[in-house]
Design a protein around this ligand. Structure first.
Ligand code: CA
Length: 657
């Protein structure tokens, strides 16, 4: 469809009357299977005709029936086909302005290879034994979470994983797996680590990996959505039969739940891989995407298009999709890619919808866009507007991230842990979860000048994620004159900051064993954008678990300590303001604070980013030391009576009285 005509359609949909009268509110979009018949309904309000095509497979030239659908209520087209259609593939041929396009049902629950056709499915046949009655690991407050960001293929693809189902959902079901040294890998390792949530990089059906060519190693992060309500096929053992990926995805979720770990999906509703030729746009041209005044697809995603969440049927699609993943796959949380492209109202509706079905579902996202958007700034779900979002919606704290290690787009720039001066208030900003606290000087905070969060539950604190260099690589690149021992201390200090800050802690898989993405044998160059890099760059190298056991122990110890002290996980800003006080008159690059609890006592935390021992004055008392040097946990390492304590170079010290 040419630009002018697309823009005409777009403008017609802009009219408020359309949103009022043209919206479909039913919950039966897609293909609803029963043994006797399957009912189909698709929303296509501008179509002149919609035909449903039935195929035997997901890719071959084997059309066996097509039926003209009847025009039904509120812009939908519907039909019911008798017989048991389980396993039948289908598409819609939609005619708009006398132009006909074949498209996959956006509500398809199953698809064939490479997501080219939808498939009718009896979902009950895909449930692993015990799945429908499983109980989830207990979880209450967002700030109780430890989120571990993981790519499904990275998890198992390296030879050192010791797993059989390399690169597959099923790798998560393998217990007893070992690395070269005989130490645990895989799900056993995740369980021992003590995390509460695995956050999976995109696991819905995406485009870039060719599912018909899996004998050739291919890698992609997966930020190129195709079918939102279907698992990605390349992670299944058989992408050709729509039911297989569904069953195996559920087996993965079940295995994680059985090991005490909840599951968060990285959802990318903000754009699709295709724009003008996407399923959305073939079915309702000009509706689902924002256009510029010239009729071009606007591009706040940096990927060629951006969806229009403010439009009723796009908003409904996102909410229906999230509820479906929660209900059918038992998903426990959602991370919104480029959340700033979505509007505030949609995000709040999402929170409401998920709250209405289950407590404890995590929602967080990137509080920014990847380019210019026509959506007015005040409507965007960006960090600056987080106060207009429900307190159960969090954004990534990139201010703390960059404060800890330096700007992510520069390899040389240092941060607090690597020796940059004047970073105290940026780190304190993370400690108070980007909320207001009288003892933080916001004019000295890097990248912002005010507390953007209203409550600590609105903030995800982190030092590294899949984007940019790994934490270890960033440390190595920015500290050419430090040795490995210093660099490990820097990494530990980073972890101490993340796990003793208010808010929701998050880390990239392998950060705890010094994950690296080297580009050469000498390990002097590293991959800062590995979205399509080979496995040997991206994969988790499980032998590092043994080689860097001390670092893992420290992360584990910090998580155990955090679990044991509720003052590290406060849910209200007012509580943080009342119970957290920073110590004053400290030397440069020292930060110290005391958290008071009426029954649990007081926790004193000190960070020393100086490469020398530093004395710190703390109140008198019987202090028991739980974290110092390379050690962290719930065992007493040392004790003192307050006054002056000496803190090791580049380290954290944590005491309780
Ligand atoms: Ca795919």
């Amino acid at each position: 469809m040419e630009k002018e005509r697309l823009l005409e359609h777009y403008m017609r949909f802009e009219a408020t009357e359309f949103e009022l009268t043209g919206t479909y509110h039913g919950d039966d979009l897609g293909a609803i299977w029963t043994e006797e018949e399957t009912r189909f309904r698709v929303w296509a309000p501008t179509a002149e005709q919609v035909v449903i095509n039935l195929y035997k497979t997901g890719e071959q030239d084997d059309l066996f029936q097509n039926i003209i659908m009847r025009k039904a209520s509120s812009g939908t087209w519907a039909t019911a086909i008798k017989g048991n259609l389980n396993g039948v593939y289908y598409t819609y041929s939609v005619t708009v302005d006398e132009e006909t396009k074949e498209a996959v049902d956006p509500y398809a629950k199953a698809v064939g290879v490479n997501g080219k056709r939808g498939m009718v499915i009896d979902l009950s046949s895909t449930n692993p034994s015990g799945f429908t009655v499983e109980t989830k690991p207990e979880f209450v407050h967002p700030t109780d979470a430890f989120i571990y960001e993981l790519h499904i293929r990275d998890f198992s693809i390296d030879p050192s994983s010791g797993m059989v189902h390399k690169g597959k959902y099923l790798a998560f079901t393998e217990s007893g797996t070992k690395n070269t040294y005989g130490d645990s890998t895989g799900i056993d390792y995740l369980k021992q680590l003590g995390i509460t949530h695995v956050h999976l990089l995109p696991a819905f059906d995406y485009v870039t990996v060719d599912e018909a060519l899996l004998q050739v190693p291919q890698f992609n992060w997966g930020y190129d959505p195709q079918n939102y309500n279907v698992p990605e096929g390349s992670y299944s053992t058989d992408p050709y039969h729509g039911e297989v990926r569904i069953r195996e995805f559920k087996q993965m979720v079940q295995a994680l739940h059985q090991n005490g770990i909840r599951v968060v999906l990285d959802v990318v509703y903000n754009h699709t891989k295709e724009g003008i030729d996407s399923n959305f746009n073939c079915i309702v041209p000009g509706y689902y995407y924002r256009l510029t005044e010239e009729g071009e697809f606007s591009n706040a995603s940096g990927c060629g298009n951006e969806t229009a969440s403010e439009r009723a049927m796009m908003r409904k699609f996102i909410i229906d999709s999230l509820l479906y993943w929660n209900r059918e796959y038992h998903i426990d949380g959602f991370r919104f890619d480029l959340m700033g492209i979505h509007d505030v109202e949609t995000m709040n509706e999402i929170r409401k919808a998920l709250d209405s079905v289950e407590e404890g579902i995590l929602i967080y996202g990137e509080g920014w866009t990847g380019g210019l958007s026509p959506l007015p700034y005040h409507k965007r779900a960006v960090k600056d507007n987080i106060r207009n979002l429900n307190i159960g919606i969090a954004a990534f704290n990139d201010n703390l991230r960059d404060g800890i290690k330096g700007n992510v787009f520069s390899s040389e720039e240092k941060g607090y842990i690597t020796g940059k001066e004047g970073m105290e208030d940026t780190i304190k900003y993370g400690v108070v979860a980007a909320t207001h606290h009288d003892w933080v000087d916001y004019s000295k905070v890097m990248g912002t000048s005010y507390p953007w969060a209203a409550e600590p539950t609105q903030v995800v604190n982190y030092a590294s994620a899949h984007d940019n260099y790994t934490l270890w690589d960033k440390i190595v690149l920015s500290t050419p004159f430090n040795n490995r021992e210093d660099r490990i201390k820097m990494n530990l200090l980073s972890a101490a900051i993340i796990f003793t800050s208010q808010g929701i802690p998050f880390f990239q898989a392998g950060e705890e064993f010094l994950r690296s993405k080297p580009l050469n044998e000498e390990k002097t160059r590293f991959d800062g954008n590995s979205y399509a890099s080979p496995d040997h760059v991206n994969s988790l190298k499980w032998d590092l678990v043994t080689e860097n056991q001390e670092v893992i122990n420290y992360y584990q110890g910090l998580m155990e300590f955090r679990k044991a002290h509720s003052v590290l996980r406060m849910t209200k800003r007012a509580e943080v303001e009342a119970r957290l006080r920073f110590l004053k008159w400290l030397d440069n690059n020292l930060i110290a604070f005391i958290l008071s609890h009426p029954t649990e006592g007081e926790v004193c935390v000190v960070y020393n980013a100086n490469n020398s021992w530093k004395p710190v004055h703390i109140p008198d008392g019987d202090w028991r030391v739980y974290v110092k040097g390379k050690y962290a946990g719930n065992e007493v390492l040392d004790s003192n009576t307050g006054g002056v304590v000496h803190v090791e170079p580049i380290s954290a010290m944590i005491m309780v009285r």
